[in-house]
Write a protein that binds this ligand. Sequence first.
Ligand SMILES: *Cc1c(COP(=O)(O)O)cnc(C)c1O
Length: 249
Amino acid sequence: MLGWRRGTGLPIAAPMSAHDPATGPATGPATGPATALQTVHQAIAHAAGLASRKPEDVKLIAVSKTQSAEAILPLLAAGQRDFGENRVAEAEGKWPALREAYPDSVLHLIGQLQSNKAEDAVALFDVIHSVDRPSLVTALGKAMERVGKRPACFIQVNIGAEEQKGGCAIHDLPALLAAAREAGLAIAGLMAIPPADTEAAPYFALLAKLAGESGLAGLSMGMSGDFETAVMIGATHVRVGTALFGTRA
Ligand SMILES: *Cc1c(COP(=O)(O)O)cnc(C)c1O
């Protein structure tokens, strides 16, 4: 399915074809994380150039969920500083030690957040990409008050109106945004995960349109299979795991 999507994707996806699970090595980058990092940066720069954007306006978030500290360290050593995790408890287990070694690392929460974990999330993360409902906005507002720290937030939009997917409905976005601002959250932009097995570009374009209408500059969109497309459509943050670390166990 993914092969079909990528096979019919924009030609700019070609530089990443070595990492296409359909044709590339099943384990992902065989050349090592530092080389993979360079390859992804080059692909971002190429896509940014095609869209007359500056590569430095696109933040690469290395998605290190399920990866061990041993797997993460080579990327830190190669200069990568922004990392994405999808579970608070897992991140609490590995990042305090990594952060001691690399105090300037920046942690992004990209997975669904339960309200009862809001305080832990605020304490650990620098950016939260998954604000998607009023109860979470309330919990985060209180948590930020208690912890005395205000991580930047993205509102996650259920851009394909999928039943099982996290994210707020498009028609709920204005009210959620207002509630978030009311609660003192610093909203940096919008985040979305387009439906699987379909062309992502129209969903990226829709997210960009919604962000523009909301006066938000940040666009967290694009993963290993489609980040170049996302960059061309305006992504400010791409979340890339497999293309950097290989296939997750
Ligand atoms: C796992 C994950 C990613 C990274 O996906 P890859 O296809 O491995 O690049 C990006 N965003 C979110 C929200 C994720 O959960």
